[in-house]
Design a protein around this ligand. Structure first.
Ligand code: AMP
Length: 289
Protein backbone atom coordinates (compact mmCIF):
# COMPACT_ATOMS: atom_id res chain seq x y z
CA UNK A 1 0.00 0.00 0.00
CA UNK A 2 1.25 3.51 -0.79
CA UNK A 3 1.91 5.57 2.33
CA UNK A 4 0.14 8.91 2.70
CA UNK A 5 2.21 11.99 1.94
CA UNK A 6 1.63 14.62 4.61
CA UNK A 7 2.92 18.12 3.97
CA UNK A 8 1.94 20.13 7.06
CA UNK A 9 3.24 19.86 10.60
CA UNK A 10 -0.29 20.25 12.01
CA UNK A 11 -1.67 17.29 10.06
CA UNK A 12 1.36 15.15 10.88
CA UNK A 13 1.01 15.92 14.60
CA UNK A 14 -2.67 14.91 14.48
CA UNK A 15 -1.78 11.53 12.94
CA UNK A 16 1.13 10.88 15.27
CA UNK A 17 -0.71 11.96 18.42
CA UNK A 18 -3.50 9.51 17.65
CA UNK A 19 -0.92 6.73 17.31
CA UNK A 20 0.90 7.76 20.49
CA UNK A 21 -2.37 7.89 22.45
CA UNK A 22 -3.02 4.34 21.30
CA UNK A 23 0.37 3.36 22.77
CA UNK A 24 2.06 2.79 19.40
CA UNK A 25 5.81 3.39 19.12
CA UNK A 26 7.14 5.55 16.29
CA UNK A 27 10.26 4.89 14.21
CA UNK A 28 11.55 7.84 12.18
CA UNK A 29 13.87 7.92 9.16
CA UNK A 30 14.92 11.42 8.01
CA UNK A 31 15.96 11.63 4.33
CA UNK A 32 16.30 14.03 1.42
CA UNK A 33 14.53 11.60 -0.92
CA UNK A 34 15.85 10.01 -4.13
CA UNK A 35 15.63 6.89 -2.03
CA UNK A 36 17.81 3.81 -2.58
CA UNK A 37 18.66 0.56 -0.81
CA UNK A 38 20.65 2.45 1.87
CA UNK A 39 17.53 4.36 2.90
CA UNK A 40 15.49 1.15 2.57
CA UNK A 41 17.70 -0.62 5.13
CA UNK A 42 17.00 2.17 7.65
CA UNK A 43 13.26 2.00 6.94
CA UNK A 44 13.26 -1.80 7.32
CA UNK A 45 14.99 -1.49 10.69
CA UNK A 46 12.38 1.07 11.75
CA UNK A 47 9.63 -1.30 10.56
CA UNK A 48 11.04 -4.19 12.58
CA UNK A 49 11.45 -2.20 15.78
CA UNK A 50 8.38 0.08 15.89
CA UNK A 51 4.60 0.07 15.45
CA UNK A 52 4.48 3.08 13.12
CA UNK A 53 7.13 4.13 10.60
CA UNK A 54 7.48 7.74 9.43
CA UNK A 55 9.94 8.83 6.72
CA UNK A 56 10.65 12.48 6.09
CA UNK A 57 11.62 13.66 2.63
CA UNK A 58 12.94 17.19 2.73
CA UNK A 59 15.74 18.68 0.65
CA UNK A 60 16.93 21.02 3.35
CA UNK A 61 18.18 24.28 1.78
CA UNK A 62 20.12 25.38 4.86
CA UNK A 63 22.63 22.55 4.51
CA UNK A 64 23.58 23.42 0.93
CA UNK A 65 26.33 25.91 0.12
CA UNK A 66 25.75 28.62 -2.52
CA UNK A 67 27.61 26.62 -5.22
CA UNK A 68 26.15 23.22 -4.34
CA UNK A 69 23.45 21.13 -6.01
CA UNK A 70 20.30 22.33 -4.16
CA UNK A 71 18.43 23.27 -7.35
CA UNK A 72 19.42 20.05 -9.14
CA UNK A 73 19.06 17.62 -6.25
CA UNK A 74 16.81 14.78 -7.55
CA UNK A 75 13.19 14.84 -6.30
CA UNK A 76 11.49 11.69 -7.66
CA UNK A 77 8.57 11.77 -5.21
CA UNK A 78 6.49 9.05 -6.92
CA UNK A 79 9.34 6.51 -7.00
CA UNK A 80 10.13 7.43 -3.39
CA UNK A 81 6.53 6.82 -2.38
CA UNK A 82 6.68 3.39 -4.08
CA UNK A 83 9.92 2.42 -2.34
CA UNK A 84 8.57 3.63 1.01
CA UNK A 85 5.43 1.54 0.53
CA UNK A 86 7.41 -1.56 -0.47
CA UNK A 87 9.44 -1.51 2.77
CA UNK A 88 6.59 -0.78 5.15
CA UNK A 89 6.40 3.00 5.64
CA UNK A 90 3.14 4.28 7.15
CA UNK A 91 3.61 8.01 6.69
CA UNK A 92 5.78 10.22 4.49
CA UNK A 93 6.32 13.74 5.77
CA UNK A 94 7.28 15.98 2.86
CA UNK A 95 6.99 19.60 3.99
CA UNK A 96 7.63 22.70 1.88
CA UNK A 97 10.58 24.95 2.65
CA UNK A 98 8.12 27.56 3.99
CA UNK A 99 6.59 25.00 6.36
CA UNK A 100 10.00 24.22 7.84
CA UNK A 101 11.48 27.72 7.69
CA UNK A 102 8.79 30.36 8.15
CA UNK A 103 9.80 34.02 7.82
CA UNK A 104 12.15 35.29 10.57
CA UNK A 105 13.76 31.95 11.35
CA UNK A 106 16.61 32.73 13.77
CA UNK A 107 17.74 29.65 15.73
CA UNK A 108 20.68 27.45 14.74
CA UNK A 109 22.33 24.40 16.31
CA UNK A 110 26.08 24.22 16.72
CA UNK A 111 27.78 21.06 17.99
CA UNK A 112 31.21 22.32 18.99
CA UNK A 113 34.26 20.28 18.10
CA UNK A 114 32.41 18.00 15.70
CA UNK A 115 31.56 20.67 13.15
CA UNK A 116 35.22 21.19 12.25
CA UNK A 117 37.42 19.13 9.98
CA UNK A 118 36.50 16.50 7.36
CA UNK A 119 33.35 17.59 5.48
CA UNK A 120 32.98 20.80 7.52
CA UNK A 121 36.11 22.22 5.87
CA UNK A 122 34.88 22.13 2.29
CA UNK A 123 31.19 22.59 3.22
CA UNK A 124 31.09 25.51 5.68
CA UNK A 125 27.68 25.81 7.36
CA UNK A 126 26.59 22.38 6.12
CA UNK A 127 26.40 20.67 9.51
CA UNK A 128 24.76 23.67 11.17
CA UNK A 129 21.95 23.26 8.63
CA UNK A 130 21.82 19.49 9.15
CA UNK A 131 21.74 19.64 12.96
CA UNK A 132 19.11 22.40 12.93
CA UNK A 133 16.73 20.61 10.57
CA UNK A 134 17.20 17.28 12.35
CA UNK A 135 16.40 18.81 15.74
CA UNK A 136 13.31 20.43 14.21
CA UNK A 137 12.27 17.07 12.74
CA UNK A 138 12.92 15.34 16.08
CA UNK A 139 10.64 17.86 17.81
CA UNK A 140 7.97 17.53 15.12
CA UNK A 141 8.02 13.70 15.12
CA UNK A 142 8.58 12.96 18.81
CA UNK A 143 9.58 9.47 17.67
CA UNK A 144 10.83 6.70 19.92
CA UNK A 145 13.74 5.83 17.65
CA UNK A 146 15.40 7.64 14.72
CA UNK A 147 17.66 5.92 12.18
CA UNK A 148 20.80 7.23 10.48
CA UNK A 149 23.46 5.74 8.20
CA UNK A 150 27.13 5.26 8.97
CA UNK A 151 27.99 6.41 5.45
CA UNK A 152 27.61 9.96 6.77
CA UNK A 153 29.72 9.24 9.85
CA UNK A 154 30.43 12.84 10.85
CA UNK A 155 26.74 13.70 10.49
CA UNK A 156 25.75 10.71 12.62
CA UNK A 157 28.28 11.65 15.34
CA UNK A 158 26.90 15.21 15.36
CA UNK A 159 23.30 13.98 15.70
CA UNK A 160 24.15 11.50 18.47
CA UNK A 161 26.04 14.22 20.36
CA UNK A 162 23.28 16.80 19.88
CA UNK A 163 20.62 14.34 21.06
CA UNK A 164 22.67 13.52 24.15
CA UNK A 165 23.60 17.14 24.96
CA UNK A 166 20.07 18.50 24.49
CA UNK A 167 18.24 15.60 26.19
CA UNK A 168 16.34 14.68 23.05
CA UNK A 169 13.99 11.85 24.11
CA UNK A 170 14.38 10.00 20.78
CA UNK A 171 16.91 7.14 20.67
CA UNK A 172 19.34 7.56 17.80
CA UNK A 173 20.47 4.41 15.97
CA UNK A 174 23.29 4.38 13.41
CA UNK A 175 23.28 1.52 10.88
CA UNK A 176 25.93 0.16 8.49
CA UNK A 177 26.55 1.51 4.99
CA UNK A 178 24.73 -0.30 2.18
CA UNK A 179 26.86 -0.77 -0.95
CA UNK A 180 26.44 -1.61 -4.62
CA UNK A 181 27.77 -5.07 -5.61
CA UNK A 182 31.13 -3.50 -6.60
CA UNK A 183 31.48 -1.79 -3.22
CA UNK A 184 30.42 1.77 -4.09
CA UNK A 185 28.45 3.20 -1.16
CA UNK A 186 24.87 3.87 -2.24
CA UNK A 187 24.13 7.58 -2.53
CA UNK A 188 21.46 9.69 -4.17
CA UNK A 189 24.35 11.54 -5.84
CA UNK A 190 25.65 8.41 -7.64
CA UNK A 191 23.12 9.09 -10.38
CA UNK A 192 25.06 12.24 -11.33
CA UNK A 193 28.04 10.07 -12.39
CA UNK A 194 28.57 9.30 -16.07
CA UNK A 195 29.47 5.66 -16.93
CA UNK A 196 33.24 6.29 -16.81
CA UNK A 197 33.03 8.16 -13.50
CA UNK A 198 30.78 5.41 -12.15
CA UNK A 199 33.46 2.80 -12.95
CA UNK A 200 36.19 4.92 -11.38
CA UNK A 201 34.07 5.62 -8.28
CA UNK A 202 34.83 2.17 -6.86
CA UNK A 203 38.26 3.55 -5.96
CA UNK A 204 36.81 4.91 -2.69
CA UNK A 205 35.81 1.46 -1.49
CA UNK A 206 38.94 -0.23 -2.81
CA UNK A 207 41.31 2.17 -1.09
CA UNK A 208 39.39 1.95 2.21
CA UNK A 209 39.61 -1.86 2.04
CA UNK A 210 43.36 -1.63 1.38
CA UNK A 211 43.80 0.72 4.37
CA UNK A 212 41.89 -1.77 6.54
CA UNK A 213 44.19 -4.52 5.32
CA UNK A 214 47.33 -2.48 6.05
CA UNK A 215 46.07 -1.65 9.54
CA UNK A 216 45.26 -5.28 10.24
CA UNK A 217 48.72 -6.25 8.96
CA UNK A 218 50.36 -3.99 11.55
CA UNK A 219 50.79 -0.54 9.94
CA UNK A 220 50.25 2.05 12.69
CA UNK A 221 51.82 5.15 11.18
CA UNK A 222 48.87 7.37 10.27
CA UNK A 223 50.84 9.47 7.74
CA UNK A 224 51.70 6.30 5.83
CA UNK A 225 48.13 5.03 6.07
CA UNK A 226 46.73 8.36 4.85
CA UNK A 227 49.18 8.33 1.95
CA UNK A 228 48.08 4.77 1.11
CA UNK A 229 44.45 5.98 1.18
CA UNK A 230 45.11 8.99 -1.04
CA UNK A 231 47.47 7.51 -3.66
CA UNK A 232 44.96 5.37 -5.62
CA UNK A 233 42.56 8.33 -5.75
CA UNK A 234 45.22 10.71 -7.05
CA UNK A 235 46.04 8.06 -9.67
CA UNK A 236 42.43 7.82 -10.87
CA UNK A 237 41.72 10.03 -13.89
CA UNK A 238 39.04 12.71 -13.50
CA UNK A 239 39.13 12.80 -9.71
CA UNK A 240 39.97 15.53 -7.24
CA UNK A 241 40.77 14.43 -3.71
CA UNK A 242 39.00 16.63 -1.16
CA UNK A 243 40.38 14.76 1.84
CA UNK A 244 41.72 11.37 2.94
CA UNK A 245 42.02 11.39 6.74
CA UNK A 246 42.30 9.09 9.69
CA UNK A 247 40.72 10.43 12.87
CA UNK A 248 39.57 9.17 16.25
CA UNK A 249 36.09 7.62 16.24
CA UNK A 250 34.70 9.80 18.99
CA UNK A 251 35.62 13.45 18.38
CA UNK A 252 37.02 12.98 14.83
CA UNK A 253 40.33 14.58 15.76
CA UNK A 254 43.56 13.85 13.91
CA UNK A 255 45.73 11.08 15.37
CA UNK A 256 49.37 10.20 14.73
CA UNK A 257 49.36 6.51 15.49
CA UNK A 258 46.72 3.83 15.16
CA UNK A 259 46.59 2.58 18.74
CA UNK A 260 42.80 2.10 18.83
CA UNK A 261 40.09 1.56 16.21
CA UNK A 262 39.88 4.76 14.13
CA UNK A 263 37.93 6.20 11.22
CA UNK A 264 39.36 6.41 7.70
CA UNK A 265 37.27 9.01 5.87
CA UNK A 266 37.32 10.11 2.24
CA UNK A 267 35.74 12.80 0.11
CA UNK A 268 36.40 12.71 -3.62
CA UNK A 269 35.06 14.88 -6.45
CA UNK A 270 34.26 13.42 -9.85
CA UNK A 271 33.69 16.58 -11.85
CA UNK A 272 31.01 18.42 -9.87
CA UNK A 273 29.87 15.28 -8.01
CA UNK A 274 31.32 14.90 -4.53
CA UNK A 275 31.22 11.43 -2.97
CA UNK A 276 32.11 10.44 0.59
CA UNK A 277 32.81 7.11 2.24
CA UNK A 278 34.48 5.80 5.37
CA UNK A 279 35.59 2.65 7.15
CA UNK A 280 36.86 1.71 10.57
CA UNK A 281 40.50 0.71 10.81
CA UNK A 282 41.25 -1.87 13.48
CA UNK A 283 44.92 -2.05 14.49
CA UNK A 284 46.48 -5.48 14.78
CA UNK A 285 47.18 -6.64 18.33
CA UNK A 286 50.92 -7.11 17.67
CA UNK A 287 51.55 -4.20 15.31
CA UNK A 288 54.96 -3.14 14.04
CA UNK A 289 56.03 0.48 14.46
P1 AMP B 1 20.19 11.49 2.68
O1 AMP B 1 18.89 11.28 2.00
O2 AMP B 1 21.39 11.35 1.79
O3 AMP B 1 20.21 12.74 3.52
O4 AMP B 1 20.34 10.29 3.71
C1 AMP B 1 19.34 10.00 4.66
C2 AMP B 1 19.85 8.97 5.62
O5 AMP B 1 20.20 7.78 4.91
C3 AMP B 1 21.13 9.43 6.36
O6 AMP B 1 21.07 8.99 7.70
C4 AMP B 1 22.22 8.71 5.59
O7 AMP B 1 23.38 8.46 6.36
C5 AMP B 1 21.52 7.41 5.24
N1 AMP B 1 22.18 6.79 4.10
C6 AMP B 1 22.51 7.36 2.91
N2 AMP B 1 23.18 6.49 2.14
C7 AMP B 1 23.28 5.34 2.84
C8 AMP B 1 23.88 4.06 2.59
N3 AMP B 1 24.50 3.80 1.44
N4 AMP B 1 23.80 3.12 3.56
C9 AMP B 1 23.18 3.38 4.74
N5 AMP B 1 22.59 4.57 5.03
C10 AMP B 1 22.65 5.53 4.10
Amino acid sequence: MLPDIITTIAELRERLEAAQRAGRTIGFVPTMGALHAGHASLIRAARTENDLVAVSIFVNPTQFGPNEDLAHYPRPIEADQQLCGAVGTDIIFAPSVEEMYPARFCTWISVEGLMEGLCAESRPGHFRGVATVVLKLFNIMQADVAYFGQKDYQQARIIVQMARDLNVPTNVRVLPTVRESDGLAMSSRNQYLDPVQRRHATVLYRTLEEAKRLAAAGERDVKRLEEALAAPIRATPGTRLDYARIVDLDMLRPIERLENPALAALAVCFGTTRLIDNAQLIPSQNGRS
